[in-house]
Design a protein around this ligand. Structure first.
Ligand code: G1P
Length: 292
Protein backbone atom coordinates (compact mmCIF):
# COMPACT_ATOMS: atom_id res chain seq x y z
CA UNK A 1 0.00 0.00 0.00
CA UNK A 2 1.54 3.36 -0.96
CA UNK A 3 2.27 5.86 1.81
CA UNK A 4 -0.06 8.83 1.35
CA UNK A 5 0.08 10.55 4.75
CA UNK A 6 2.70 12.79 6.27
CA UNK A 7 3.09 14.45 9.64
CA UNK A 8 5.08 17.68 9.84
CA UNK A 9 5.91 18.89 13.35
CA UNK A 10 6.23 22.67 13.30
CA UNK A 11 5.51 23.74 16.84
CA UNK A 12 9.01 24.55 18.20
CA UNK A 13 9.96 28.03 19.40
CA UNK A 14 12.85 28.61 17.02
CA UNK A 15 15.08 29.88 19.84
CA UNK A 16 18.25 29.47 17.73
CA UNK A 17 16.95 32.18 15.43
CA UNK A 18 15.61 34.80 17.84
CA UNK A 19 14.65 37.59 17.58
CA UNK A 20 13.62 36.83 13.95
CA UNK A 21 11.33 34.04 15.18
CA UNK A 22 9.66 35.91 18.03
CA UNK A 23 6.44 36.37 16.06
CA UNK A 24 7.27 34.73 12.70
CA UNK A 25 7.41 30.91 12.78
CA UNK A 26 10.85 29.70 11.67
CA UNK A 27 9.10 27.48 9.12
CA UNK A 28 7.73 30.64 7.47
CA UNK A 29 11.15 32.23 6.92
CA UNK A 30 11.60 32.57 3.17
CA UNK A 31 14.18 30.76 1.12
CA UNK A 32 14.40 32.78 -2.10
CA UNK A 33 10.66 33.19 -2.74
CA UNK A 34 8.93 30.46 -0.72
CA UNK A 35 8.64 29.85 3.00
CA UNK A 36 10.66 26.84 4.12
CA UNK A 37 7.54 24.87 5.01
CA UNK A 38 6.39 25.04 1.40
CA UNK A 39 9.57 23.31 0.23
CA UNK A 40 8.78 20.56 2.73
CA UNK A 41 5.19 20.26 1.49
CA UNK A 42 6.40 20.26 -2.15
CA UNK A 43 8.72 17.36 -1.28
CA UNK A 44 5.73 15.47 0.14
CA UNK A 45 3.59 16.12 -2.94
CA UNK A 46 6.42 15.11 -5.31
CA UNK A 47 6.67 11.85 -3.38
CA UNK A 48 2.98 10.93 -3.70
CA UNK A 49 1.76 12.18 -0.31
CA UNK A 50 -1.80 13.52 -0.49
CA UNK A 51 -2.70 14.17 3.19
CA UNK A 52 -0.57 16.21 5.53
CA UNK A 53 -0.95 16.96 9.22
CA UNK A 54 1.00 19.89 10.63
CA UNK A 55 1.52 19.95 14.37
CA UNK A 56 1.52 23.60 15.35
CA UNK A 57 1.48 25.60 18.56
CA UNK A 58 1.24 29.12 19.87
CA UNK A 59 2.39 31.79 17.42
CA UNK A 60 2.14 29.45 14.41
CA UNK A 61 -1.08 30.63 12.81
CA UNK A 62 0.82 32.04 9.83
CA UNK A 63 1.34 28.43 8.74
CA UNK A 64 -2.41 27.85 8.57
CA UNK A 65 -2.96 31.10 6.70
CA UNK A 66 -0.27 30.25 4.19
CA UNK A 67 -1.95 27.00 3.19
CA UNK A 68 -5.57 28.18 3.25
CA UNK A 69 -6.81 29.77 0.04
CA UNK A 70 -7.06 33.53 0.02
CA UNK A 71 -10.01 34.50 -2.18
CA UNK A 72 -9.27 38.22 -1.84
CA UNK A 73 -5.68 37.86 -2.97
CA UNK A 74 -6.66 35.55 -5.82
CA UNK A 75 -9.28 38.02 -7.02
CA UNK A 76 -6.80 40.89 -6.88
CA UNK A 77 -4.26 38.94 -8.96
CA UNK A 78 -6.97 37.91 -11.42
CA UNK A 79 -8.22 41.50 -11.81
CA UNK A 80 -4.63 42.66 -12.38
CA UNK A 81 -4.07 39.84 -14.90
CA UNK A 82 -1.08 38.58 -12.89
CA UNK A 83 -1.81 35.03 -14.00
CA UNK A 84 1.59 33.48 -13.34
CA UNK A 85 1.47 34.65 -9.73
CA UNK A 86 -2.17 33.59 -9.44
CA UNK A 87 -1.22 30.08 -10.51
CA UNK A 88 1.54 29.93 -7.89
CA UNK A 89 -0.75 31.21 -5.13
CA UNK A 90 -3.61 28.83 -6.02
CA UNK A 91 -1.27 25.86 -6.09
CA UNK A 92 -0.37 26.39 -2.41
CA UNK A 93 -3.87 25.62 -1.17
CA UNK A 94 -4.61 22.96 -3.79
CA UNK A 95 -1.52 20.76 -3.80
CA UNK A 96 -2.48 18.56 -0.83
CA UNK A 97 -5.07 18.18 1.91
CA UNK A 98 -3.43 19.96 4.81
CA UNK A 99 -4.77 19.62 8.35
CA UNK A 100 -3.58 21.20 11.56
CA UNK A 101 -3.45 20.00 15.13
CA UNK A 102 -2.50 22.04 18.17
CA UNK A 103 0.27 20.95 20.54
CA UNK A 104 -0.64 22.75 23.77
CA UNK A 105 2.66 22.33 25.54
CA UNK A 106 6.05 21.90 23.92
CA UNK A 107 6.97 18.52 25.37
CA UNK A 108 9.44 17.49 22.68
CA UNK A 109 9.46 15.98 19.21
CA UNK A 110 8.15 12.61 20.45
CA UNK A 111 5.11 14.31 21.94
CA UNK A 112 4.56 16.35 18.76
CA UNK A 113 4.58 13.16 16.67
CA UNK A 114 2.09 11.51 19.08
CA UNK A 115 -0.38 14.23 18.08
CA UNK A 116 -0.54 12.53 14.67
CA UNK A 117 -1.89 9.23 15.99
CA UNK A 118 -5.57 9.73 15.14
CA UNK A 119 -4.74 11.22 11.73
CA UNK A 120 -2.37 8.39 10.83
CA UNK A 121 -4.49 5.50 12.12
CA UNK A 122 -3.07 2.14 11.08
CA UNK A 123 -1.15 3.31 8.03
CA UNK A 124 2.57 3.80 7.61
CA UNK A 125 3.40 7.50 7.31
CA UNK A 126 6.16 9.95 6.49
CA UNK A 127 7.51 12.35 9.09
CA UNK A 128 9.28 15.50 7.91
CA UNK A 129 10.66 18.21 10.18
CA UNK A 130 9.26 21.52 9.02
CA UNK A 131 12.46 23.55 9.44
CA UNK A 132 14.64 21.45 7.15
CA UNK A 133 14.88 21.25 3.37
CA UNK A 134 16.55 18.19 1.87
CA UNK A 135 17.82 18.21 -1.70
CA UNK A 136 19.01 14.96 -3.21
CA UNK A 137 21.91 14.98 -5.64
CA UNK A 138 19.68 12.99 -8.00
CA UNK A 139 17.13 15.62 -8.99
CA UNK A 140 14.79 13.05 -10.55
CA UNK A 141 13.79 11.64 -7.15
CA UNK A 142 13.34 13.33 -3.79
CA UNK A 143 15.06 11.82 -0.76
CA UNK A 144 11.64 11.03 0.66
CA UNK A 145 10.79 9.09 -2.52
CA UNK A 146 13.98 7.06 -2.16
CA UNK A 147 13.07 6.31 1.45
CA UNK A 148 9.55 5.29 0.44
CA UNK A 149 11.06 2.77 -1.98
CA UNK A 150 13.14 1.28 0.83
CA UNK A 151 10.06 1.17 3.04
CA UNK A 152 8.14 -0.65 0.31
CA UNK A 153 10.90 -3.18 -0.21
CA UNK A 154 11.57 -3.86 3.49
CA UNK A 155 8.16 -3.17 5.01
CA UNK A 156 9.94 -1.49 7.91
CA UNK A 157 10.62 1.99 9.23
CA UNK A 158 13.38 4.06 7.61
CA UNK A 159 15.23 7.15 8.81
CA UNK A 160 17.43 9.52 6.77
CA UNK A 161 21.03 9.69 7.97
CA UNK A 162 23.81 12.13 7.29
CA UNK A 163 27.45 11.92 8.29
CA UNK A 164 28.47 14.80 10.57
CA UNK A 165 31.78 15.83 12.13
CA UNK A 166 32.46 14.04 15.42
CA UNK A 167 32.49 17.35 17.29
CA UNK A 168 28.89 18.02 16.18
CA UNK A 169 27.24 14.74 17.19
CA UNK A 170 25.79 16.31 20.35
CA UNK A 171 23.42 18.37 18.18
CA UNK A 172 21.61 15.39 16.67
CA UNK A 173 20.06 11.99 17.12
CA UNK A 174 22.91 9.60 16.30
CA UNK A 175 22.29 6.09 14.94
CA UNK A 176 24.42 2.98 14.83
CA UNK A 177 24.03 -0.29 12.96
CA UNK A 178 25.36 -2.66 10.32
CA UNK A 179 25.95 -1.73 6.70
CA UNK A 180 23.76 -3.69 4.29
CA UNK A 181 24.79 -1.73 1.22
CA UNK A 182 26.77 1.51 0.76
CA UNK A 183 23.77 3.62 1.67
CA UNK A 184 21.59 1.32 3.77
CA UNK A 185 22.12 0.32 7.40
CA UNK A 186 20.18 -2.08 9.62
CA UNK A 187 19.96 -0.02 12.81
CA UNK A 188 20.47 -1.34 16.31
CA UNK A 189 21.11 1.86 18.25
CA UNK A 190 19.98 5.46 18.33
CA UNK A 191 20.79 8.09 20.94
CA UNK A 192 19.50 11.64 21.19
CA UNK A 193 22.24 14.28 21.26
CA UNK A 194 25.01 12.11 22.73
CA UNK A 195 28.44 13.35 23.75
CA UNK A 196 31.26 12.45 21.31
CA UNK A 197 32.25 9.61 23.70
CA UNK A 198 28.74 8.12 23.91
CA UNK A 199 27.90 8.43 20.20
CA UNK A 200 27.53 5.06 18.43
CA UNK A 201 28.74 6.61 15.16
CA UNK A 202 28.77 9.96 13.40
CA UNK A 203 25.56 9.22 11.45
CA UNK A 204 23.01 11.88 12.34
CA UNK A 205 19.25 11.62 11.98
CA UNK A 206 18.37 14.11 9.26
CA UNK A 207 14.78 15.32 9.56
CA UNK A 208 13.03 12.64 7.43
CA UNK A 209 11.49 9.38 8.59
CA UNK A 210 9.05 6.77 7.31
CA UNK A 211 7.33 5.00 10.18
CA UNK A 212 5.22 1.95 10.65
CA UNK A 213 2.24 3.00 12.83
CA UNK A 214 3.66 0.85 15.67
CA UNK A 215 5.84 3.85 16.56
CA UNK A 216 2.83 5.32 18.40
CA UNK A 217 2.75 2.39 20.84
CA UNK A 218 6.39 3.00 21.70
CA UNK A 219 5.85 6.76 21.94
CA UNK A 220 3.03 6.27 24.41
CA UNK A 221 5.44 4.37 26.71
CA UNK A 222 8.38 6.76 26.31
CA UNK A 223 9.26 8.72 29.45
CA UNK A 224 10.86 12.15 29.36
CA UNK A 225 14.48 11.97 28.24
CA UNK A 226 17.11 14.45 27.06
CA UNK A 227 16.24 18.03 28.06
CA UNK A 228 13.26 16.66 30.00
CA UNK A 229 11.38 16.20 26.70
CA UNK A 230 9.70 13.16 25.17
CA UNK A 231 12.24 12.20 22.55
CA UNK A 232 11.31 10.47 19.31
CA UNK A 233 14.74 8.84 19.29
CA UNK A 234 14.00 7.11 22.63
CA UNK A 235 10.82 5.60 21.16
CA UNK A 236 12.80 4.53 18.07
CA UNK A 237 15.48 2.93 20.26
CA UNK A 238 12.80 0.86 22.02
CA UNK A 239 11.08 0.00 18.74
CA UNK A 240 14.24 -1.22 17.01
CA UNK A 241 14.70 -3.85 19.75
CA UNK A 242 11.48 -5.52 18.51
CA UNK A 243 11.22 -4.44 14.86
CA UNK A 244 13.63 -3.96 11.99
CA UNK A 245 14.52 -0.34 11.28
CA UNK A 246 16.74 0.99 8.51
CA UNK A 247 18.96 4.01 8.09
CA UNK A 248 19.25 5.57 4.63
CA UNK A 249 22.50 7.42 4.07
CA UNK A 250 21.29 9.85 1.43
CA UNK A 251 23.42 11.70 -1.05
CA UNK A 252 22.51 15.35 -1.18
CA UNK A 253 22.30 18.39 1.04
CA UNK A 254 20.43 19.14 4.24
CA UNK A 255 19.44 22.75 4.79
CA UNK A 256 18.45 23.45 8.39
CA UNK A 257 17.00 26.95 8.32
CA UNK A 258 16.57 27.10 12.11
CA UNK A 259 19.84 28.97 12.65
CA UNK A 260 21.14 32.13 11.08
CA UNK A 261 24.28 30.90 9.31
CA UNK A 262 22.59 27.90 7.70
CA UNK A 263 19.64 30.09 6.76
CA UNK A 264 21.92 32.46 4.84
CA UNK A 265 23.82 29.59 3.20
CA UNK A 266 20.51 28.01 2.16
CA UNK A 267 19.30 31.20 0.54
CA UNK A 268 22.57 31.56 -1.37
CA UNK A 269 22.72 27.94 -2.55
CA UNK A 270 19.06 27.69 -3.56
CA UNK A 271 19.25 31.22 -5.01
CA UNK A 272 22.09 30.06 -7.26
CA UNK A 273 19.73 27.38 -8.60
CA UNK A 274 16.79 29.70 -9.07
CA UNK A 275 16.17 30.77 -12.69
CA UNK A 276 15.01 34.29 -11.83
CA UNK A 277 18.06 35.35 -9.85
CA UNK A 278 20.92 32.90 -10.36
CA UNK A 279 22.80 34.96 -12.98
CA UNK A 280 22.77 38.21 -11.03
CA UNK A 281 23.42 36.46 -7.72
CA UNK A 282 26.49 34.75 -9.19
CA UNK A 283 27.86 38.10 -10.46
CA UNK A 284 27.19 39.67 -7.07
CA UNK A 285 28.95 36.88 -5.18
CA UNK A 286 31.96 37.05 -7.50
CA UNK A 287 32.27 40.80 -6.93
CA UNK A 288 31.85 40.34 -3.21
CA UNK A 289 34.43 37.54 -3.06
CA UNK A 290 37.03 39.81 -4.68
CA UNK A 291 36.55 42.29 -1.83
CA UNK A 292 36.91 39.73 0.97
C1 G1P B 1 15.62 16.81 16.10
C2 G1P B 1 15.75 15.35 16.53
C3 G1P B 1 17.17 14.83 16.26
C4 G1P B 1 17.54 15.07 14.81
C5 G1P B 1 17.38 16.57 14.46
C6 G1P B 1 17.65 16.86 12.98
O1 G1P B 1 16.41 17.60 16.96
O2 G1P B 1 15.42 15.24 17.89
O3 G1P B 1 17.24 13.46 16.56
O4 G1P B 1 18.88 14.66 14.55
O5 G1P B 1 16.02 16.99 14.75
O6 G1P B 1 16.80 16.15 12.16
P1 G1P B 1 16.22 19.22 17.05
O7 G1P B 1 16.99 19.80 15.89
O8 G1P B 1 14.76 19.50 16.97
O9 G1P B 1 16.83 19.61 18.36
Amino acid sequence: MPVTKAVIPAAGFGTRFLPATKSVPKEMLPVVDMPTIQYVVEECVESGITDILMVIGKGKHALEEHFYSSRELEKRLEDNEQFALLKKVRRISEMADIHFVWQKELNGLGDAVSHGRTFVGNDPFALLLGDTILKGSDSSQSILQQMLEIHDAKNASVVALEEVDRDRVSRYGIAGGTNITDNLLALDQIVEKPSAEEAPSNMAVAARYIFQPTIFEYLSKTPRGKNNEIQLTDAMAAMMKDHEMFGFRFTGRRYDIGNKLDFIKTNIELGLNHDDISGELKDYLRTLARKL
